[in-house]
Design a protein around this ligand. Structure first.
Ligand code: GNR
Ligand code: NI
Length: 171
């Protein structure tokens, strides 16, 4: 297991559309182990493979609260079904957009079908933070960041600051 580097916007790789996984193999599981370790180290509550530069449709997540036992979740080739008509706002952040938090409105419940750590098909009813996080991560698989859901003004302000920070870090 290893902690990998997390890509930050405006890295163009974050705009790639991730490809379906053919089969869940030991190699896939090794990648998911690295993703989880990277997510815990950040720390974050979810991570898509593209955030460490791997364009595969894989998400890891752990929504356990502080002091609760870890609750790692793995989603391979996830698909969202039946998003609810009602949307709720939630203040989102993203490890690839560090330091910025903004409200995003999304359907407050959905169902997700996916393959688990062992390659077994699963179906999960998601609501609350789980639904928010799954939809945030699904966006990453399409090359979408939470800032894309904001007004152009807010988005451009954030991207400008991130570019400036990157230039400062590189010099
Ligand atoms: O760690 C994270 N926290 C978070 C908070 C609100 C909504 C979504 C998230 S996901 C984020 C980790 C991340 O960037 N995943 O892609
Ligand atoms: Ni994110």
């Amino acid at each position: 297991m290893a902690v990998r580097e997390i890509l930050t916007a405006p890295d163009p790789r974050l705009r790639e559309v991730s490809k379906p996984v053919d089969a869940v193999t030991d190699e896939t599981r090794a990648l998911m182990d690295d993703m989880l370790e990277t997510m815990y180290a950040a720390p974050g509550i979810g991570l898509a493979a593209i955030q460490i530069g791997v364009p595969q449709r894989i998400i890891v997540m752990d929504l356990a609260g502080e002091g609760e036992p870890p609750q790692p979740r793995y989603f391979v080739n996830p698909v969202i079904h039946d998003p609810s008509d009602s949307e709720v706002p939630y203040e989102e952040g993203c490890l690839s957009v560090p330091g910025f938090y903004e409200e995003v409105e999304r359907p407050d419940a959905c169902r997700v079908e996916y393959l688990d750590y062992h390659g077994e098909p699963q179906s999960l009813e998601a609501r609350g933070l789980l639904a928010v996080c799954i939809q945030h991560e699904m966006d990453h698989l399409e090359g979408i960041l939470f800032t894309d859901h904001l007004s152009r003004l807010k988005r451009e302000r954030i991207m400008k600051k991130l570019k400036k920070e990157r230039l400062a870090a590189a010099s």
